[in-house]
Design a protein around this ligand. Sequence first.
Ligand SMILES: [Zn+2]
Length: 255
Amino acid sequence: MNEKERMVEYYNKFPKWGYAPDGANLERITVTQSFIPAEVNSILDLGCGDGAITNQFAEKGFNVFSADFSSAAIQFAKGKRVISNVNDVPFANQQFDAVVCAETIEHLPEGVYEKALSEIERITKQYIIISTPNQEYLPDSNIRCGKCGNLFHRNLHTRSLDRNTHKTLFQNFELIKTIGVRAWYQSPFVVNFQQKNLKTYTPGRNIICPSCGHINSDKPGVLKYLIFGLKHAILRFIPGAKRSRWIVSFYKRKN
Ligand SMILES: [Zn+2]
């Protein structure tokens, strides 16, 4: 099984598809949708997952295509469903008025990432909307697999992006606007201290280990609750720890 097949299997087994988004995610989705200009008719949601964003567009009457490589995820998506990779998409040049790629590119490995960005540029006529986590300190979301000991990012993020990264994603498109959504607090110093000295990792439920497939469900004890409560209290006093949790950017093709 190659890396891509392994990822498809991983996302097909992912236990969190098809649930309604929580309040924070709903806010991010609303901002993402607000960027779609009135004249847009056709939209592709690339890496649509279970259609958390797409489905809102479909309900509003847009001509929506939903593309994802996981058949388990895409079954919940409305619109025209297409099983597709993000780096090799079966669409014509400038087929869509707008391409949305939300909470996807931060997962992509080297090579796939660059190709996905150029595919997005190729298939959109006029607009691109990208959303990613903002300034994420990746080790903060590391989990130690309870079965094989593998240390991995709980959402399998491979890269951290910020407003500057968003400026450099596309060559033929101008970044018109970036909006920050919600806030989170992160500090490399606190995370490193916590993981090295207290040997604790962020708790998570139903997190599949990408190495052995074990489903990690952490039931934090009192001590862990205390550590994480204290951590979040301390983070509020560390200058620079607060940043927007997500950034959503809107791009228009250069004339
Ligand atoms: Zn494992």
